[in-house]
Write a protein that binds this ligand. Structure first.
Ligand code: SAM
Length: 215
């Protein structure tokens, strides 16, 4: 795996595109500039690695579009040391961005093939989140509570277990809607009984499966 000047230049161009699309958080932009996204692609597909596009990673799943990754990460307002649950490990790219910002990342993937592939691959790039396999719509009760939760698949409704596993003051970002499109929601657990809810743009994610997802 080689990260050349050419690749770094391609990443700087990608960061410029994200800034033009409205991403402002310096830590997020720096993280995108650092993570070698082309490592997730076959050599023949290099041209795709730094386009602002989602891309198939097998098993009917995708590596998220860089804008979507940056958008969700920015909305989480991560501080270094935050304990973050990611639901939907997929390729692991989002987890790398979170790690670059200094988060402690707990990431869970439903699909066993992807889980094994990503768990093996990410450490070869020098990234080491805590990996789990299972139904992330129910969160990770044994490791809760979390400062932040990011759901990277489209949910039919807000999973109650995930809200429960947020610390007071914690933030969750989750796309909620039907199979076609989902509205990005940000929930802030102001106190155990009070949840602040903000709604943002529409996105199109693969479905969140599982008990508190699309069954
Ligand atoms: N974050 C990923 C990345 O950076 O490449 C992209 C995630 S992809 C858009 C959505 C992922 O969510 C898929 O890998 C899918 O298998 C996974 N998924 C769907 N339902 C899930 C569930 N209940 N628990 C955990 N993962 C789930």
């Amino acid at each position: 795996m080689i990260d050349s000047y050419k690749h770094k230049g391609m990443r700087r161009r990608l960061v410029k595109i994200l800034m033009e699309k409205g991403i402002r958080d310096k830590a997020v932009l720096n993280a995108v500039e650092k993570v070698p996204r082309h490592y997730f692609f076959d050599n023949a597909l290099l041209a795709h690695a730094y386009q602002d596009k989602a891309f198939p990673i097998g098993e009917g799943q995708t590596i998220s579009q860089p804008f979507t990754v940056a958008y969700q990460t920015e909305k989480l307002v991560i501080s270094p040391g935050d304990k973050v649950l990611e639901v939907g490990t997929g390729s692991g790219y989002q987890a790398c961005v979170l790690l670059e910002i200094g988060a402690k990342v707990y990431t869970i993937e439903y699909n066993k093939v992807l889980y094994h592939r990503t768990r093996k691959f990410l450490p070869t790039m020098g990234y080491q989140p805590h990996f789990f396999q299972g139904d992330g719509s129910k969160g990770l009760p044994r490791h809760a509570p979390f400062d932040k939760i990011i759901v990277t698949a489209g949910a039919p409704s807000i999973p109650a277990s995930l809200v429960q596993q947020l610390k007071p003051g914690g933030i969750m970002i989750i796309p909620v809607g039907d199979h076609k499109r989902q509205k990005m929601l940000r929930l802030t657990k102001v106190t155990d009984k009070k949840i602040k809810r903000e709604t943002f743009e529409y996105f199109s994610f693969v479905p969140l499966l599982g008990e508190e997802g699309w069954k």
